[in-house]
Design a protein around this ligand. Sequence first.
Ligand SMILES: C[S@@+](CC[C@H](N)C(=O)[O-])C[C@H]1O[C@@H](n2cnc3c(N)ncnc32)[C@H](O)[C@@H]1O
Length: 194
Amino acid sequence: MNNITQQVWPAAYRAIAEETARLGFTMPSEIQTCALLRTLAAAKPRGSFLELGTGSGLATAWILDGMDTHSTLISFDHDERLLNIARNNLGNDSRLTLELADGGDWVASNATKSFDYIFADTWHGKYLLLDEVLAMLRPGGLYIVDDMLPQENWPEGHHEKAIALIERLEARPDLWVVKQHWASGIIIGVKRCA
Ligand SMILES: C[S@@+](CC[C@H](N)C(=O)[O-])C[C@H]1O[C@@H](n2cnc3c(N)ncnc32)[C@H](O)[C@@H]1O
């Protein structure tokens, strides 16, 4: 076995990746992570999906690829240049709602929503407003974060924040979590049923 993703990649992925590279964006999700996101998305038919931190839509394309036709995905980012790449390449998928929003504002305005699958790929839902975002996760729902292993672009003090996040997640009585020392470092949590 190797780590190469042999299965077909989402149709829009390469165009998004090219536009993203032209913009000089340096924080895209890794392909292994994307393949995991797609695989897990397929486990939630008729699901409600949330991605915090669209970027240019690289991971979004993979999540959409795994979702069935009855599922819906909300994804937001505060960077309009990045979001426009996602809009141009994925915007005609009726399952997808792309929003230009600050994470704090979005979470505050959508606290009553609930989701079967949350990919938290920005500050909010991960290092900020963790409890609020996990409150949106339905029983049996999946919570996924990447970049949990030390990264070269981490600023001073971020390592300690990552450790604190891991400890908070592991201490939660409502989640089962698994830490995967793989790709950029993945944590998958599942909201426990009562
Ligand atoms: C790790 S990147 C997301 C990568 C993306 N999921 C992908 O697959 O390429 C984090 C994103 O969070 C966004 N972001 C940072 N601070 C934010 C905030 N306060 N509100 C909303 N988005 C924010 C950035 O613009 C960036 O696109």
